[in-house]
Design a protein around this ligand. Structure first.
Ligand SMILES: [Zn+2]
Ligand SMILES: [Zn+2]
Length: 191
């Protein structure tokens, strides 16, 4: 039987590079294992635009609306918007779980084995661990893929799932804060 040639794994192997594309994801600051520390997904313009929108909304509430309600309201607004923006940035900029470049060794699965065929991603040249899936939008494998999320510009997986939950919680807190603040402002104006 013909000997199987393992791919050279160059798709992900960019140790210590400052910037490289991985599929449709922009990767920055690669470590020695070829894993980027910072990533921005294909929908980065939407992500950047929404960040600007949230930032301006925060400025309007913290500097214009809240001070006319109370000091406590301003402090709460700063904390709530700070929490929302921090988690949103972390979810959108951290590595969602791109598998590290993996140089195959002697003990690897048999390439003609059906288990190998099922768990091998031809695009990324990696053997996928359980929970790893290839995302067509991002064009790369993601460990413990949860879903592809245009809001964060890319996938939500092992590396940014907790920040994504923080972002959802932040949206809830911000919504409550905005409703309460506008309610109080209207109430004071009519007194
Ligand atoms: Zn893949
Ligand atoms: Zn994706």
């Amino acid at each position: 039987m013909e000997k199987y040639e393992f791919p050279d794994y160059t798709h992900l192997a960019k140790p210590n590079a400052r910037y490289a594309m991985i599929g449709n994801i922009h990767g920055f600051f690669f470590n020695s294992q070829g894993v980027p520390l910072v990533t921005v997904g294909p929908h980065w313009t939407f992500f950047a635009g929404l960040n600007c929108f949230i930032f301006f909304l925060a400025l309007i509430f913290i500097f214009v609306i809240s001070p006319s309600v109370s000091n406590l309201n301003t402090v709460i607004g700063t904390v709530v918007f700070g929490f929302l923006m921090t988690n949103y940035l972390l979810a959108g900029l951290s590595n969602p779980g791109i598998p590290k470049s993996r140089v195959p060794d002697e003990g690897d699965l048999d390439p003609v084995d059906s288990e190998f065929q099922e768990n091998y991603c031809k695009v990324c040249d990696v053997l996928m661990e359980e929970g790893t899936k290839h995302c067509e939008d991002c064009g790369v494998c993601i460990e413990e893929l949860d879903h592809h999320c245009p809001w964060t510009s890319k996938c939500v997986g092992k590396g940014n799932l907790s920040y994504f939950y923080g972002f959802l919680l932040g949206i809830l807190f911000t919504f409550i804060y905005i409703v309460v603040t506008l309610g109080l402002k209207t109430k004071y104006e009519h007194q």
